[in-house]
Design a protein around this ligand. Structure first.
Ligand SMILES: Cc1cc2nc3c(=O)[nH]c(=O)nc-3n(C[C@H](O)[C@H](O)[C@H](O)COP(=O)(O)O)c2cc1C
Length: 374
């Protein structure tokens, strides 16, 4: 157990990160598409879903460990792919990789990570999955697939819910971008956070290293064309990638059915934390519909709005095999660096464990729709 750092919940970490980070950076992490209805709906729908307490059962020996897509894990959740984590705190990627290695949990490494995919899997001691954005350049995409294979990745996530980058009002309001808009307000914002600025400059301004090390592209074009990710691309990728293939960003049962039929190993039900289609449904509401569309055998991974350990249990009850957690880990980084991400893990673990006991279960595999209230 990490020291508590004065952090007793994900929302404590969020509050502290908000104080410690420049507004431009906090808005990048915390923000979502448009006026953020989808992000709020993810949270409120998960909160509204209720678990039924069960009594008079012996729940002394509860277990949270298990196996997901061939990987032995200690916890029922992992770290969602997130770009530019070193903005949350210098060395953020390294802290997350070490967390994954120590706690035996998968870390999804973004194409837009601030550290190369090779270094990430090494620091994570194998507990790393690679996430691809297909676009920008075909050669770059082929190169990334080759690099991921050569580095020993066994899990490949193709993200499909960014056919175009959404409009993100909060990012625009504070000038977040590549490069950032350095107007007077931004300069004042950074001046008010000297510790973040000092440590970030000392560590070296974060760069998208997978791009910087490429023979084909020289920089990350965040708003670039991602139209290369289509059905034909997915079919080719399935032929090309010999290990586990996961498709991330699926909510439509029709899409899910068709993707499952293409022989992928898992579907990752997600609306990008409400950062893409603002009109999308709450992702927890899509989960049982996707489960129905693909049947019991397809592996389903879930993310979006998880802020408490009980949310991991709810996702399981609603049809997920495994859950990824996004922003809470960045709040942990922003609040207390490496100690902060361990703290977030402890909080989620303990909340998941105690919730499981109170619904009368001792084993994750036994959790299902019967645990939902109403
Ligand atoms: C700052 C930030 C960067 C992200 N970058 C990526 C990315 O590079 N690739 C990707 O597939 N998803 C990315 N996502 C989406 C997450 O993987 C995940 O779907 C989402 O954060 C889950 O919602 P939550 O933050 O409510 O847990 C990003 C999310 C955030 C907050």
């Amino acid at each position: 157990m990490a020291e508590h750092q004065g952090i007793f919940s994900v929302s404590d970490a969020r509050r502290r990160a908000q104080k410690r980070l420049p507004r431009m950076i906090f808005n990048y992490i915390d923000g979502a598409a448009s006026d953020e209805v989808a992000a709020r709906l993810n949270d409120s729908a998960l909160s509204a879903l209720r678990l039924m307490p069960r009594v008079l059962r012996n729940v002394d020996s509860r277990r949270l460990d298990g196996r997901i897509l061939g990987m032995d894990v200690d916890l029922p959740f992992g770290i969602a792919p997130m770009g530019m984590c070193n903005l949350s705190w210098p060395g953020g990627d390294r802290a997350l990789a070490r967390l994954a290695a120590r706690r035996h949990m998968p870390l999804c490494v973004s194409t837009a990570a601030s550290t190369s995919l090779e270094q990430m899997i090494e620091m994570a001691e194998g507990y790393a999955w690679f996430q691809l954005y297909a676009g920008q350049s075909d050669n770059f995409v082929s190169e990334l697939i080759e690099r991921a294979e050569a580095a020993g990745y066994q899990h490949f996530i193709m993200t499909v819910d960014v056919p175009v980058l959404s409009v993100r009002n909060r990012e625009r309001s504070t000038g977040f971008g590549h490069p950032p808009r350095m107007d007077l307000a931004a300069i004042a914002d950074f001046a008010c956070h000297p510790r973040w600025v000092g440590e970030t400059l000392l560590a070296g301004v974060p760069k998208p290293m997978n791009f910087n090390l490429s023979a084909y592209v020289s920089s990350f074009d965040r708003g670039g064309n991602r139209a290369a990710a289509d059905w034909e691309f997915l079919a080719r990728l399935r032929d090309r990638w010999p290990h586990k293939l996961i498709v991330k960003g699926v909510q439509s049962p029709d899409d899910a059915h068709r993707i499952a039929a293409m022989g992928v190993d898992a579907l990752y039900v997600s609306n990008h934390g409400g950062r893409q289609l603002n009109a999308a449904p709450a992702v927890i509401d899509s989960l049982p519909l996707v489960r129905r569309a693909v049947g019991d055998d397809m592996v389903l991974i879930f993310d979006g709005g998880v802020r408490r350990g009980e949310d991991v249990i709810k996702a399981r009850a609603a049809g997920a095999d495994f859950t990824m957690v996004g922003r809470p880990f960045l709040y942990g980084l922003g609040a207390a660096g490496e100690k902060g991400v361990h703290r977030i893990t402890d909080i989620l673990r303990e909340e998941a464990d105690t919730s499981m006991g109170m619904i009368g279960e001792t084993d994750l595999a036994a959790i299902g729709a019967h645990n939902l209230a109403g």
